[in-house]
Design a protein around this ligand. Structure first.
Ligand code: ATP
Length: 419
């Protein structure tokens, strides 16, 4: 049996809020490699890591790809390092690129490291020590924070995955309004959903494929299927040149950031979980439109939030009532509240306890503590203080999932159309 030896290349932290995008840099490097007769094997990978990482520019993504490790590997390494040096946004304090080369098997400890980079925080020193211990060739630029994500981007196993087609703008158009024909985006969505998804938020009239930052990306289309992306590319019309495009294999929309928590006390701040809990109080809105309620289990309680950007999702959350048992998906953020990404109703509390109705048809009122009820209309009294249970209609349905809108969805969140 012939064992092919690959050179894995990981790149992260090359961009800033003012420009660049690590995926664009990767695409540019891939083209340079091709010019030198070096082809990458399979798709490049865009790997989203801990959504709470402090120094992220936007979505905390690292990129990796692999080539055959032959006599051209040294040339490939030189091209990668030259392009990262030439194109990274070094002026930004928070841009600290890291490049990793690795030519062994991806081991289980590397896979564990990658999951840690999704679930927890890793320091630059820790990443460097780990990278050296497994035989990575490490290149740090400035502080080199990017090595944290680069090692993870190489190492993460993808038991579930999606694709993203990214088109890039001509550099002279960077920072200007993107000339995307929105009608064609809607046509593309109608013709390719649910193979593609997250294209449009109809409730918010929001074209989700268009970034809102001055980065090189013209638009990005996410899908379950790589072939459908060629169709989508054909349908979407733009009134500016597409400089280049690239399809990435990703862990986006897989819920890979979500860990199973048995109870509330197991959850930690900056972790993302799925957990079954009971609603304690009725959701309420505060100034700014953020909605909160508390849930509990036998180990404690935690406040949950559906923030203003989740828009209509708050109207759904508002139908929860004390006693409802739900499975929450989301993460515990800066304020120590559980930010809900979606929830499933496990068991609705559809029983309400009310005062009994009098023979005359009027609902009775309390006659005082432990003194039963009295009817204000006909004067009848009953001794028992026992309220009667009534089954009420609920807007929410048992078993059903409810999710935040596309406009407010995290890169890693699995949408219901994929579940
Ligand atoms: P973009 O999505 O536009 O590429 P970004 O949001 O990915 O930008 P980066 O510029 O890559 O942001 O910065 C994120 C930084 O956080 C990188 O240096 C990466 O190595 C680091 N990082 C990633 N995961 C973790 C983690 N679990 N703990 C600590 N740092 C992390």
């Amino acid at each position: 049996m012939v064992i092919i030896n690959y050179l894995y290349i990981g790149i992260d932290d090359t961009d800033s809020p003012d420009g660049m995008c690590t995926t664009y840099l990767a695409c540019h490097i891939i083209r340079k490699l091709e010019e030198n007769d070096i082809d990458i094997v399979g798709y490049p990978r865009l790997i989203r890591l801990n959504p709470f990482a402090r120094f992220k520019t936007r979505g905390n993504g690292g990129v990796s790809f692999k080539i055959i490790n032959d006599e051209k590997a040294d040339l490939a390494k030189k091209i990668v390092l030259d392009e990262v040096s030439a194109l990274s946004m070094f002026d930004c304090d928070n841009t600290n690129p890291g490049v990793i080369f690795y030519d062994g098997e991806i081991t289980s400890e590397m896979e564990d490291y990658a999951f840690r980079a999704i679930y927890e925080f890793i320091t630059i020193d820790e990443a460097e020590e780990f990278g050296k211990s497994v035989g990575c060739e490490i290149h740090k630029f400035k502080k080199g924070r990017g090595i944290i994500g680069s090692i993870a981007a190489i190492s993460l196993p993808l038991s579930d995955y999606t694709y993203e087609l990214l088109t890039y703008r001509n550099p002279e158009n960077y920072g200007t309004k993107r000339q995307i024909d929105y009608d064609s985006v809607i046509k593309m969505d109608k013709e390719t959903f649910p193979d593609t998804f997250e294209n449009v938020d109809y409730a918010e009239n929001y074209i989700a494929i268009e970034p809102k930052t001055p980065c090189p990306v013209l638009y990005g289309i996410r899908s379950n299927d790589d072939l459908i992306l060629n169709k989508a590319l054909d349908i979407v019309k733009v009134n500016e040149p597409i400089d280049d495009y690239c399809i990435f294999l990703t862990n986006q929309h897989t819920d890979m950031h979500i860990q199973n928590a048995d109870n509330i006390s197991q959850m930690k701040q900056y972790g993302c979980y799925e957990i079954s809990v009971t609603v304690k109080d009725k959701p309420h809105v505060i100034d700014g439109g953020h909605m909160f309620f508390t849930v509990f289990d036998e180990t404690g309680e935690i406040e949950c939030a559906a923030y203003e950007p989740t828009k209509d999702f708050r109207a759904i959350v508002s139908h929860l009532r004390p006693g409802d048992i739900i499975k929450l998906y989301g993460g515990i953020g800066e304020q120590n509240t559980f930010n809900i990404e979606k929830f499933q109703v496990l068991e609705l509390n559809d029983i309400e306890y009310k005062n009994p109705v009098c023979e005359c048809g009027k609902r009775m009122t309390s006659a005082g503590k432990d003194k039963g009820f009295k009817c204000k209309k006909c004067g009848k009294r009953i001794k028992s203080s026992q309220k009667v249970s009534i089954k009420i209609d609920r807007f929410l349905n048992n078993g059903q999932f409810y999710e935040t809108p596309v406009s407010a969805r995290r890169h890693l969140s699995k949408p219901l159309c994929r579940m």
